[in-house]
Structure formats: structure tokens, C-alpha cells
Design a protein around this ligand. Sequence first.
Ligand SMILES: O=C(O)C1=C[C@@H](OP(=O)(O)O)[C@@H](O)[C@H](O)C1
Ligand SMILES: C=C(OP(=O)(O)O)C(=O)O
Length: 456
Amino acid sequence: MNTATEPAPMAVTYITQPGRAKIQGSIRVPGDKSISHRSIMLGALADGTTEITGFLQGEDSLNTLRCFRAMGVEITEPVEGRVRVNGVGLHGLKAPAHPLYVGNSGTSMRLMAGILAGQSFDTVLEGDESLSRRPMKRVIDPLTQMGAVIESAEGGRSPLTIRGGQRLRAIEYTLPMASAQVKSCVLLAGLYAEGKTCVTEPAPTRDHTERMLTGFGYPVARDGSTACLDGGGQLIARQIDVPADISSAAFFMVAASIAPEADITLEHVGMNPTRTGVIDILKLMGADITLHNPREVGGEPVADVKIRSAKLRGIDIPEALVPLAIDEFPALFVAAACAEGRTVLTGAEELRVKESDRIAVMADGLNKLGVEATATPDGMIIQGKGANSQSFGSAEIWSQGDHRIAMSFAVAGLRSVGTITIHNCEFVETSFPGFADLFRHCGGGLVDQLVTGERA
Ligand SMILES: O=C(O)C1=C[C@@H](OP(=O)(O)O)[C@@H](O)[C@H](O)C1
Ligand SMILES: C=C(OP(=O)(O)O)C(=O)O
């Protein structure tokens, strides 16, 4: 089992190559991270064997898989995205011998906290340095209202010690922020609570938990912005086809939009309407994006997405789209930096509590590239460089242990006169294994360099 003290992996540095890269081809990016996590969790809690295809073999979802193995669930080693989970039923998990280590993954920690609050045994949930800085009070508060007993480090940070053997009671909870992780945490604890648990959200957030529970035969009632379920039911195993992750696809959508003569097709991308904000925002900016062959797989809409180069223009990003594109802003900031005119983002303070402070780190990196980007408490103002083909300077960037920052600056390299050196890219493995190879394969011209030794 992983423990928080295992040796740090080698540090990886990307160096982008200047030149007129064309982004072309037809590719499938790895599986959706949110759906992959949930497929292991619900598969483990179901009765019967769940067969998963398209599973994301990234560090985040693999950490979820390892945690459930540590609680006695038989899960096959993933091979080319195929995984079989022998479910143990809602009450079949066993006490793990060690703390459960979730690495860099907020989704694992927050969703598992809900499940673990309902167990008969104690558990400790811990993560890496970045995760240990992220707020967990947002899940501790509602779970405590349900009767859970949770000890945390100072300020409601992890590690979390979750005391087993509590009787959970159902609550009606209004989320203080638009967060699918908190919504999912409360609903998953609700599986173990007496009565009807309801969660009301201030704005729509990704609904994979609700969809997948329904797919496992566990009814979730939806009434406007409120989702409710009754505790004490049963999940029945099923097959799950995980679509390609729109959040990973987003890097190629931006790359193709800002590179000259680009024409790329991204296959089998998840098109859940609670995730497609990035397409809406890029289209408002003038991007050339078309959807083909729309279909549904296992309760989730999917399509092939074609993107060609376009002259982007700056916009005021509608706040209603923010939760629907929450992980795509680092890439969207790069698009805005290449657009004609000013882009303004507001209502996105949640970006400050992701793997890094994505507002501060992106504004700082864009400034280094010579872009006028001003961080605001809840967003950013970016003065775009316009359609001028090589707009950015050379720079050295620290991605601060944040996979999406690393990939966003790799994409920015398409518009740089010089090289961009990006440190700490080993974290790309959390969500997008093989990113550098795929980017090169499409013409991205990235050089990745393995640096031995400790993480930078
Ligand atoms: O539920 C999920 O799978 C996720 C929800 C979002 O987090 P928040 O709920 O904190 O916004 C998102 O940023 C994260 O990458 C995945
Ligand atoms: C915020 C993210 O993930 P998590 O919260 O699971 O760490 C992300 O992948 O951008």
C-alpha cells in the first residue's frame, strides 16, 4: 500500500519548442477522472461484479482503487482501461490496516469521507502536501451534522480521522458553495443514514454521482436544484463505459484553437451538460468547434469533437458557466491570452483552493510570458495578445504541483517565440498519463525531460 512517506517520484520538466506547430489528427484522451473515481466507489459498494472499460489509469483514480483494495475489495489490475470490481455490498468493507493514502486527489478524499463516515470501523484519510493544504471543513461540517465523528488537523485540513460505528441521520443540506465533491460526499453518506438525505446546490455542478447511483439501481430524486435519496438501499453491479475526459480534451481544444492551420478530432468525449462549459466559453470567444456522432453510453452523453484554428476574441465569461468549466480555467486563461481584446472572469473564487491557487499561479505565469493578466479575488482580467502568431516570450514556470497548470503552459508554448520551461510536471500523471507523448503526436512539439532526484 502507498503511504504518505513513500519516496517522492522523479521530477519532470517540460520544455516547449518554438516553431509553427500544427495541431492535427484524431485522438482519444484518457478516461474521465470524475467518472473513474465513482466507478470504483460504487462498484465496491454494489452487490455483484462491475466491469469497467475506459477507466483512467492516472494516479488520482488509481489511489481510489488502492484505497478500496485496502478495505478488502477485490479489484483487478487495470489493463488498457479494463477493470473488474467484485463488489462487497454497502456493508461489506473491512477495516484497512493502514491510513488510506489518496495522494493529490481532492475527489478521493471528499467522496470517501462520506462513505467512511457510515462504516463500523475507524479510518484515517491522508494525502500529499498539496491536498493537506486544501479545505476539508466543507465536508466535515455536513457530515458532523449527520452524526459523523471526524478529527482533522488544524483549520479543518487533512489528515482526517473518521470514527466508525456512528448512527448517521439524514439531513437537508444547502451547499455554501457550488461543489460536486461536497454534494457527492453528503449523498454517499446518505446511503448509510436513516431517512431521506437532500442536497440543494446554489448552481448546477457535475451530476455523475446522481447519474451513476441511478445506473446502479439506487433511486435519486431530482427536484430543481435539490437531489434526494433514501438511506438503506442496495446497489446492483453493472457495466460502465467511461468516456474520454472533457477536462483533458480541453487542452487540445485550446491548443487547436490557438495554433495555425489546426484541425483535430477528439473522440468519444463526455458531453454531460454539467461539464460542457468549456465548449460554451470557447464558442463565445469565436472558437470553431463542432460536435459529431452524439450518442449515449451508460447514462452519460458522448460525442466526437472537431476543433479548427480560429481568431479568438475576449469576452466577459458568464458566471453561470463557471461551475460547468471549473477545471478548465487554466487552459481557458491561455486561450484568453491569445484572444483579441479583454477577457474578464468573475465568480470563480473556488479556483483558489484547487491543487494550487489557480488564479495566482496562472496570472503569475502569464505575466512572465509578457501577458497583462491581473488576478482579482474571484477571477482574472486578461488583456489578450490577439491573433499575432508568436505572441509570448520565453519563461521559466513552476507549476506548483498542479497538473492543469503544467499542461496549460505546455499549450501556451504553441504561441511562444522561445522556449517555456515548466517544472513539476510529474503531477500530470494524476489526470493525464501520456499527455506529453499525445501532444507531440498531434504536432505540439514538446520536449519532456526526466530529472532524477526529488520533486522540484
Ligand atoms: O466531483 C468531482 O469529481 C469534481 C468536482 C470539482 O471539485 P469541486 O466540487 O471542489 O468544485 C472538480 O474541480 C474536481 O476536479 C472533480
Ligand atoms: C481539482 C481537481 O481535482 P481534485 O479536486 O480531485 O484534486 C482537478 O482535477 O482539477
